[in-house]
Design a protein around this ligand. Structure first.
Ligand code: SAH
Length: 352
């Protein structure tokens, strides 16, 4: 049997093409899309304004991708962390965060990651596979289904490097922002990248006003290489030039993420060097005290060092905030719930 079509991963245009191939009228595409992404039916039968013939054809040739909750951690501050299982048994993490401006969900874009950042738990087991657009969307849909909450902001900052799964990621954004579907404004979607230059440049051409968050974590290549192997491939100068290009094309202010690691990138010299590199850019720096993982010996910067770092940036008129730690009581550091699940599974397997 040929592989069933993943119909939830199709943009309206792609759905139109498929339906035309099947001899249907193009306008059916927005109806079917609405059933999938707005009403979110769990069977094709429920698509009541669609002909029986088309419903049967879809039931025969297509699949409805979904995710299953297998674990959940809830923080006192309202943050909820979900572990979802995919159809092939892979587990992925997603987080719901409540802010006064609305609910935000952080989704994963890959099962595992091959970028190898030294302080990150998501990369320890390497990349297993890319997620499909439907698997990215389902993380949001499942959280709305389970909690009854409405999600208004999405950040692609969970496990995985979105630019390493470019086509599925862009398809995900187009479907998520379609007015016939969940209809989240592209401006309310943030994508975080470790700095894949071709990806950033390509994204600048998509005509999608996404907020771009760039994982900087160092003021120069030497320190960046110690933390992020991707720095061997792309020079900081080229990464920052790609960000400038992104800003010119989209007018979206860039966010630079900077995780502070004690004794590695948190000195006053680092803050000064960073200030001179970012001077004059319309940007925002998010300072994140690193969340230590047990597999590595990195430590969080002291409060005084964090404050001093911030003061130096501000003195140089660089916008910055220290990221409020959400869900710290449930250890919401990237990839740690998935990691504890996969290592537990391995232990069970070894014991069998
Ligand atoms: N691959 C993308 C998106 C996923 S990581 C990227 O690199 O941007 C999301 C953010 O969390 C990145 O800035 C990443 O560097 C940071 N991060 C990962 N593990 C962390 C940890 N233990 N402590 C602090 N920040 C971490």
């Amino acid at each position: 049997m040929t592989e069933r079509i993943d119909i939830k991963s199709k943009t309206i245009e792609e759905l139109k093409e498929l339906l035309i191939q099947w001899g249907e009228k193009p306008f059916r595409a927005s109806q079917v899309f609405g059933w999938l992404h707005e009403k979110r039916v769990s069977s094709f039968e429920e698509m009541t304004n669609v002909s029986k013939i088309l419903r049967e054809k879809m039931a025969e040739d297509c699949k409805l991708v979904s995710v299953t909750e297998i674990d959940r951690l809830e923080s006192v501050d309202g943050t909820k962390k979900f572990l979802f299982e995919l159809a092939d048994g892979q587990a992925i993490e997603s987080v719901l965060m409540k802010y006064h401006h609305g609910n935000s969900v952080c989704i994963s874009s890959q099962a595992g990651c091959r970028m190898g950042c030294k302080f990150c738990a998501s990369t320890l087991g390497g990349l297993i596979r890319n997620l499909t657009a439907s698997e990215m969307l389902e993380q949001i849909y499942a959280i709305e289904r389970i909690t009854g909450e409405t999600v208004s902001n999405v950040v692609v900052m969970g496990t995985g490097e979105p630019m390493d799964n470019y086509d599925n990621f862009v398809r995900f954004v187009r479907i998520l922002s379609a007015k016939e579907g969940k209809n989240i404004s592209v401006r309310n979607i943030t994508v975080s990248t470790c700095g894949i230059v071709e990806g950033i440049k390509r994204l600048a051409e998509e005509n999608l006003p996404l907020t771009l968050a760039l994982s900087l974590h160092a003021p120069n290549d030497e320190i960046r290489k110690q933390l992020m192997p991707v720095a061997y491939k792309y020079k900081l100068e080229d990464v920052l030039a790609a960000c400038d290009e992104y800003y010119e094309k989209t007018s979206r202010r860039i966010t630079f993420e900077y995780s502070l690691v004690a004794g590695v990138n948190d000195s006053a010299e680092c803050a000064k060097e960073l200030s001179s590199r970012l001077r004059g850019k319309n940007c925002h720096v998010n300072l994140i005290p690193v969340n230590p993982i047990k597999e590595r010996d990195y430590k969080k910067s002291r409060d005084a060092a964090i404050q001093n770092f911030k003061n130096i940036l501000e003195k140089n008129r660089i916008n910055c905030t220290i990221r409020r730690e959400m869900g710290s009581d449930i250890n919401a550091a990237c990839g740690q719930l998935r990691r504890s699940h996969t290592t537990k599974e391995n232990q069970v397997r070894e014991e069998e």
